[in-house]
Design a protein around this ligand. Structure first.
Ligand code: DER
Length: 231
């Protein structure tokens, strides 16, 4: 059921925003797969001549598996359109991202893009962050510092700062950048700009999964295949 919505949202976001000759940022997770499929479909018929910039090893593989041209920030630092998923979207289209552990490169690509479009099923459409997503804010942290960072987060912000443990590997999850992830489970409404600043000020914190004031529009797919667009 969730797939119908994801596909509808991905197709509409691609059809409305991906144009020939663009540099396109490709996000990570499960929903983005449908966007890449749509881009590849269109590429068959209308030769889009895109250069696609990945946000993870997964995105790299996707771009190559679907025969799209793989680029890098080195050769294409100015991205026209980035498309990505999210774990939760609030009323101001601020995001929690990083459930898939790829938040650092995702945020860099998003920051290099003229426009960021988010695609998700409508379960991600929230009023406030933390309403539906209960796993906390993902934070990329330097492995040697994860313990003091955990303590500092809980001292400064309260809540619980949990080291993300792997399921198909012994020990903690290691990101594509060789770092650890802390999931900060918070309680209550937060001043997200302030929280983001406080987190980024902790030595050892590399990036957060808070994507604030970065999103042009969010496409939410419903189980019956309709799409709600929020800007
Ligand atoms: O990790 C991320 O930010 C991903 O974009 C992700 O959380 C969205 O994943 P999904 O499309 O599989 O829900």
């Amino acid at each position: 059921a969730g797939q119908v919505g994801k596909i509808a949202a991905a197709n509409q976001a691609v059809d409305e925003n991906v144009k020939p000759g663009q540099i396109v940022g490709i996000g990570s997770g499960s929903t983005i797969v449908f966007a890449v499929k749509r881009i590849a479909e269109r590429n068959q018929s209308e030769k889009l001549n895109l250069i696609c910039i990945p946000t993870s090893f997964q995105a790299r593989q996707l771009i190559q598996d679907y025969g799209l041209a793989l680029g890098s920030l080195e050769t294409s630092p100015e991205i026209d359109v980035a498309i990505d998923g999210a774990d939760e979207v609030d009323a101001n289209i601020n995001l929690i991202k990083g459930g898939g552990g790829c938040l650092m490169q995702e945020k860099i690509i998003a920051s290099c893009a003229k426009e960021l479009f988010i695609i998700a099923d409508d379960r991600k459409d929230s009023v406030a962050l933390g309403t539906s997503w209960k796993k906390g804010v993902p934070i990329e942290v330097l492995p040697m510092a994860y313990r003091p960072v955990q303590l500092r987060i809980e001292q400064v912000l309260g809540g619980q700062a949990k080291l993300r443990m792997a399921s198909n590997k012994a020990g903690p999850v290691v990101t594509d950048n060789g770092n650890f992830l802390i999931d900060w489970v918070f309680d209550g409404v937060q001043n997200w700009e302030q929280v983001d600043m406080q987190l980024k000020n902790i030595p050892g914190v590399i990036e957060t999964g808070l994507f604030l004031n970065m999103t042009k529009a969010a496409y939410f797919g419903t189980p019956d295949g309709k799409v709600i667009v929020r800007t």
